[in-house]
Design a protein around this ligand. Structure first.
Ligand code: SAM
Ligand code: SF4
Length: 319
């Protein structure tokens, strides 16, 4: 009988096991959210983007090291022309859980493609239900298209979560409306604190609103009952008696580094242990042995406590 080789996992000195990968497929976007990138954002040349085959090689190695969940992101992932090939390559690897974060602008036309390659979970960003506020935040006119795509994704059977970045004096008056909107669709809404990453560092601090302040406001109208989450969850969640599902991502006021299980791979192949750490390790050009060394190097790069802010751009790292 051949003795089975014990599986190797990616576990750092703080006993944090890497289970999740945010995989950026492009740094480009068809919106310009005020907290993410400037109107004149500069992007990488597409020739620097990883190919479908390169993604497949890296993801297969990371899955073998215990990564269970891969979330495609960007920039706006649905803008990458080679997305079908990338999805096919990842499906062939057999990623246990494949999901995607999108601004929803192009989503309606991509639902069949995503379903065909095993994507079941979608996080869709929606910062306002008001066309003028939506346009003021995103510099886009596509609210109707995004709302249409959300409804179709739900009908299609995707597990959808809405992400709303909440800014005081901009869209914070819509907390209740967003809860009702998500409840009506039977899906979860998550309210995000603005993180001090990249372009968001330029926002006036008066726009920051903490999850605790959001909860105080919602408690005036809803009875929030806590829902237990896995230790490495980014959000803490509640349900209400009327069936609303509400989460909060409080990276600023309640950082979750102690249980973080995420790595990020940028569209040009730089692997990072943390969104709040500028340094990463470029995987491009490395052979298999070199990549294994790189994974061990990145394992030592996850901070124990979160940095106050970073100036590299969220859309270039992979949000
Ligand atoms: N373009 C896609 C989208 O908007 O969903 C995917 C990439 S985007 C960088 C991923 C998520 O990060 C979105 O939900 C977006 O709202 C959020 N995000 C971007 N910059 C942020 C910031 N400074 N603070 C909090 N959330 C941010
Ligand atoms: Fe684009 Fe997403 Fe950044 Fe908004 S948050 S500008 S949709 S990448």
């Amino acid at each position: 009988m051949v003795a089975s080789v014990p599986r190797q996992y990616l576990i750092d000195a703080q006993q944090r096991r890497i289970r999740k990968l945010r995989l950026s497929v492009t740094d480009r976007c068809n919106l310009r959210c005020t907290y993410c990138m400037p109107p004149d954002a500069v992007f990488m040349s597409p020739q620097h983007y990883l190919t479908a085959a390169e993604y497949a090689t890296i993801v297969a190695e990371l899955v073998a090291l215990g990564v269970e969940s891969v979330r495609l992101t960007g920039g706006e992932p649905l803008l990458r022309p080679e997305l079908p090939q990338i999805l096919a390559a990842l499906a062939a690897v057999g990623v246990p859980d494949l999901s995607l974060t999108t601004n929803g602008v192009r989503l309606a036309g991509c639902l069949d493609l995503l379903a065909a390659y095993g994507v079941r979970r979608l996080n869709i960003s929606l910062d306002s239900l008001d066309p003028r506020t939506f346009a003021a935040i995103s510099h886009g006119q596509s609210l109707e298209a995004v709302q249409g795509a959300i409804a179709r994704a739900v009908e299609h059977g995707f597990q959808v979560k809405l992400n709303m970045v909440v800014m005081q004096g901009v869209n914070d008056h819509e907390l209740g409306a967003m809860v009702e909107y998500a409840k009506h669709l039977g899906i979860e809404v998550r309210f995000l604190e603005v993180m001090r990453v990249g372009y968001a560092c330029h926002l006036p601090s008066s726009q920051f609103i903490s999850a605790a302040a959001m909860i105080r406001r919602l408690e005036l109208h809803y009875d929030l009952q806590p829902v237990p989450q896995p230790p490495d969850a980014t959000s803490f969640n509640f349900v209400t008696a009327c069936g609303a599902q509400i989460g909060f991502i409080a990276s600023e006021s309640q950082p979750f580094c102690g249980h973080c299980s995420r790595w990020r791979l940028s569209a040009d192949g730089v692997l990072r242990a943390c969104l709040f750490k500028e340094a990463g390790v470029p995987l491009r050009g490395l052979d298999a042995a070199g990549r294994q060394q790189a994974y061990q190097q990145v394992l030592g790069m996850k901070p124990v406590v979160r940095g106050a802010e970073v100036h590299h751009a969220m859309h270039q790292i992979g949000g």
